[in-house]
Write a protein that binds this ligand. Structure first.
Ligand SMILES: [Zn+2]
Ligand SMILES: [Zn+2]
Length: 172
């Protein structure tokens, strides 16, 4: 298992541990692009999604939350209606499969499908923030650069309500 997914043996052949892990990350992020589009990568079927929210989340300072044991307050469960293929991942990671976020990262010379480990850790732990508001549930993930950011708002079934990408401010 690598990144919450089965790892086929061929992926390990002629790759160093680091290379195999990077290939696993690439596969995971490409899966996300399919799932965020609502298309199953295995069978082409429809994908349903639900969000689970940690009600007492506290991951201040990058620590794991005492209540849910993870760093992310919101996890997405994306599952194919037909074959059951799917993933359960922190919602911040799911956002990396959306084209506005891919473009945002590309502007920062980060390949959204094949980031380095430093880039992905930095993105998820330093540059992303998730806020939750209730009834009806709305989850907003914001990924920030130095001068601009991209925000994605989801409803409880992980439908995208809005994507906000403020234009860059003029460089001083
Ligand atoms: Zn929590
Ligand atoms: Zn399927």
């Amino acid at each position: 298992m690598v990144y919450f997914a089965n790892y086929p043996a061929a992926g390990l052949v002629d790759r160093s541990t680091q290379e195999a892990a990077e290939a696993g990350l690439f596969r995971c992020l490409l899966d996300q692009a399919y799932l965020m589009q609502g298309v199953c990568r295995e069978c082409g079927g429809h994908v349903d999604a639900t969000l689970s929210v940690c009600e007492d989340h506290d991951s201040a300072g990058g620590h794991q939350c005492g209540a849910c044991g993870t760093r992310s307050p919101v996890w997405a469960d994306q599952r194919c209606r037909t074959c059951g293929f799917g993933k359960r991942l922190p919602i911040e990671l799911c956002c990396l499969g959306l084209t506005p976020v891919i473009g945002f990262l590309d502007d920062r010379e980060i390949n959204a499908f094949a980031p380095t480990f430093e880039e992905i850790v930095n993105l998820l732990e330093v540059h992303s923030e998730t806020s939750v508001s209730g009834d009806p549930l709305a989850v907003t993930v914001t990924i920030s650069g130095e001068r601009e950011s991209v925000s994605v708002e989801f409803d409880e079934e992980m439908n995208i309500r809005s994507i906000d990408r403020p234009t860059a401010k003029a460089v001083d």
